[in-house]
Design a protein around this ligand. Structure first.
Ligand code: PBG
Length: 328
């Protein structure tokens, strides 16, 4: 017998056949759409480094929510851009906070849309860190772990009180899942799930988001709490802690440069795995497309397929509306 004996091309002969044997599929139900909400009136301001993404004031937000609902997207994740910042991020946990007000409004106009609240302090603190900053004499300021937990719990509880269907803590303090879980339970929100940003790297791929949310650290960086991009086994330890502490889902962030981590979490744990297709991943595709260098829609779909193939059950992506249109 002469080669080729295996004819792999037999199953690629037609579109129908290819559809029949495709191993990975993408559905609307996989998608979570991030929305930036801000104070003020009549604001729909495009984020310059994230074309197609906007900051919305509450009086204009309904337009965006209607579109999300019409496209059939199941969920949104809210990022607040507050008017006031202070050292402990008070505007993150007050009843009148921008995220709390946006949540109440969305639940009113679209009760079936799942509203996920990002639980962090960096957009709300004047120093731009994700926790409380402690200054010791003759030493560099540090982000204090345990005092920050109390504020994160207050934030999560106030978000649940406003009607958030799910809490997504992204601060990378140790013990945050346990603290938030017990805080939610004590307040009567034992049915509100936690989507933990379990494995979040100190990444340069967050740049456009920090411009959009005005959340850059005003001194130092986040490397004492976010993970070192060189580490894999540490990601297992981070995820394992969150599983033990009661997380309902695990998220990996960023996405494209960390598909090995997505794959590993899917293999090692039995919780749903989410991936965050972050701002610079979005900006790079948008920039190349604007230059006519790539076929934007094809690159978007291939990117989403890569997340699913790596093992992601859910994809948090600024492309969610585009993907929904492409799937129609
Ligand atoms: C921090 C936070 C970050 C992002 C969202 N919330 C990371 C950071 O600034 O360290 C980045 C998201 C993106 O780039 O799309 N809580």
């Amino acid at each position: 017998m002469s080669y080729p004996i295996k004819r792999h091309r037999r199953l690629r002969g037609s579109e129908t056949l290819r559809n029949m044997v495709r191993e990975t599929s993408l559905s609307l139900n996989d998608l979570i759409y991030p929305i930036f909400v801000t104070e003020g009136a009549n604001i729909r301001e495009e984020i310059s480094s994230m074309p197609g993404m906007y900051q919305w004031s509450l009086d204009r937000l309904e337009e965006e929510i209607q579109e999300v609902v019409e496209l059939g997207l199941p969920s949104v994740l809210l990022f607040g851009v507050p008017a006031e910042k202070d050292a402990c991020g008070t505007s993150a946990f007050v009843e009148t906070g921008i995220v709390q007000r946006a949540t109440r409004m969305i639940k009113e106009i679209a009760p079936n849309l799942i509203v996920i609240a990002d639980t962090c302090l960096c957009q709300f603190t004047d120093h731009g860190h994700c926790g409380i900053v402690e200054q010791h004499a003759h030493k560099e300021a540090t982000v204090a772990n345990d005092p920050s937990l109390e504020l994160l719990v207050k934030t999560a509880v106030s978000q649940a009180q406003a009607g958030a269907d799910m809490i997504a803590p992204s601060n990378m303090m140790d013990g945050f899942v346990q603290a938030i879980r017990s805080g939610l339970d004590e307040a009567g929100f034992e049915s509100v799930p936690i989507l933990s940003y379990a494995v979040k790297y100190a990444s340069a791929f967050y740049g456009p988001f920090r411009d959009a949310a005005h959340s850059s650290p005003q001194f130092g960086d986040r490397r004492t709490y976010q993970m070192d991009p060189g580490n894999v086994r540490e990601a297992l330890r981070e995820a394992e802690s969150d599983v033990i502490e009661g997380a309902d889902m695990l998220m990996v962030k960023p996405g494209l440069a960390y598909l090995d981590i997505v794959h590993m979490l899917k293999e090692q744990f039995d919780l749903p795995v989410a991936v965050y297709n972050v701002s610079a991943e979005y900006a790079m595709i948008k920039a190349a497309a604007a230059n006519g260098w790539i076929d934007e829609n094809a690159v978007i779909l291939e990117t989403m397929t890569a997340f699913k193939r790596a093992g992601a059950d859910l994809i948090l992506t600024y492309f969610a509306k585009d993907v929904a249109r492409l799937l129609q």
